[in-house]
Design a protein around this ligand. Structure first.
Ligand SMILES: [Zn+2]
Length: 98
């Protein structure tokens, strides 16, 4: 059985991982900066920063309703209450779509 919530949560987990990896990489870089060449440090810094930013952006625009494709990331991430249905097509995220 597949429920929309599973699809949404899987996406969210992927994007959260991107953000977490980017953030961790930057934290580590801060500690090892003095032990590495400046050019390498810059390259790694910009890579992890990009990862952090891309993960954040995807969290907003990359989570969509499995049925009507409307962007729901913003609501999912910031709603204090659990988002139970799509704001556009009103499908219930906890009911099977198959
Ligand atoms: Zn929808």
């Amino acid at each position: 059985m597949m429920i929309p919530r599973d699809i949404i949560n899987r996406r969210k987990k992927i994007y959260l991982t991107l953000v977490a990896v980017g953030f961790s990489a930057m934290a580590i870089l801060a500690f090892i900066e003095k032990y590495m060449p400046h050019a390498l440090f810059n390259a790694l810094l910009y890579s992890s920063l990009s990862l952090l930013i891309v993960g954040n952006i995807l969290m907003y625009i990359g989570i969509r309703c499995p049925k009507c494709d409307v962007i729901i990331g913003y609501a999912i991430v910031f709603s204090a209450e659990k988002v139970v249905q799509c704001p556009r097509c009103r499908i219930n995220f906890d009911e099977s779509i198959l």
